[in-house]
Design a protein around this ligand. Structure first.
Ligand SMILES: Nc1ncnc2c1ncn2[C@@H]1O[C@H](COP(=O)(O)OP(=O)(O)O)[C@@H](O)[C@H]1O
Ligand SMILES: [Mg+2]
Length: 275
């Protein structure tokens, strides 16, 4: 089934290269907790192999929506949802879907680095082990490959058996990214992954994000508009629990269509429809 809205195009394909099949999409998706509706009626697709930034004021529901994309809210008290989320042509809430398998395919990295209380190497291969993706004698190589991929190998190669908690915050976040990548997800959800990091670590994470596509689809929540501009192909602007506008990042920032978007981005409104 075709998702009804593609960022930047309002349905039709634009001149830009659009990936064949959107990996992840939501349709008329609404979430809430108890009596509160947090996000309403989001119909959108995340084009596969690209980076989509979710921006908007604090409290607009970005995290709640992001966490819905791999069913991370399932066990949160009073959580409810309506509508669909699809990965490929599979509805992720279907009876046949094992949430653990879903979360292997749609990985997540949080705002604050959260290494597990185990060695650096064990952190990296924790998911690989849980999903029986490798033999015991392959684990060290996997750890090395993933640590190298995120640029951490030289810093930790001689302390693979040490605790991760002595690493800097930036290194811990790179470790969490390496751990997420080790299970070979198709989609990676990032919730303000650099908000607790210094500028150098932020740059390292952004540079890594740039290298992940087109192999992966990346969805990143960020309150840093400059970052959204630097790393994303598409941007979605959320406000008051609604998706206000979505489009190619450059277009959204330079020619927003909605006055709310323009106000938030500090941009000038695209006054007349472009011919
Ligand atoms: N577990 C929860 N129970 C009740 N309300 C929640 C819960 N999690 C988030 N909220 C509320 O949902 C709204 C949106 O929060 P959130 O998704 O974190 O927004 P954002 O990430 O855009 O800052 C906020 O008003 C927040 O208080
Ligand atoms: Mg948030």
């Amino acid at each position: 089934m075709e998702p009804t809205q593609r960022p930047g195009t309002g349905g039709a394909t634009s001149g830009a290269a659009v990936a064949e099949a959107p990996t992840l999409s939501s349709r008329e998706f609404t979430v809430g907790f108890g009596a509160a509706t947090i996000m309403s009626d989001v119909t959108v697709a995340f084009p596969s192999g690209s980076v989509t930034a979710l921006v908007g004021p604090s409290g607009s529901g970005k995290t709640t929506y992001l966490r819905s994309l791999n069913r991370m809210n399932d066990k949160v008290r009073n959580f409810w949802r309506k509508g669909e989320i699809r990965l490929g042509d599979q509805e992720i809430h279907g009876r046949e879907v094992d949430p653990l398998v879903l979360r292997r395919r749609v990985g997540m990295v949080f705002q604050r680095p959260n290494p597990f209380p185990m060695s650096i190497q064990d952190n990296i291969v924790a998911g690989v082990r849980a999903h029986r993706m490798a033999k015991r004698n392959e684990l060290r190589d996997i750890a090395e490959t993933r640590l190298a991929e995120v640029g951490l190998w030289s810093a930790v190669s001689d302390r693979l058996n040490d605790s991760p908690f002595r690493l800097s915050g930036g290194q811990q976040q790179l470790l969490c990214l390496a751990r997420a990548l080790a299970v070979e997800p198709e989609v990676l959800l990032l919730d303000e992954p650099t908000s607790s990091l210094d500028p150098r670590s932020t740059e390292a994470v952004e540079e890594l994000i740039g290298r992940l596509t087109p192999r992966l689809t990346v969805v990143i929540v960020t309150h840093n508009l400059a970052q959204a501009r630097r790393v994303s192909d598409y941007t979605m602007f959320f406000q008051d629990g609604r998706l206000v506008e979505t489009g190619r990042t450059e277009e959204l920032f330079e020619r927003p269509k909605s006055p709310e978007t323009a106000r938030y981005l500090g941009a000038e409104l695209a006054t007349a429809p472009r011919s």
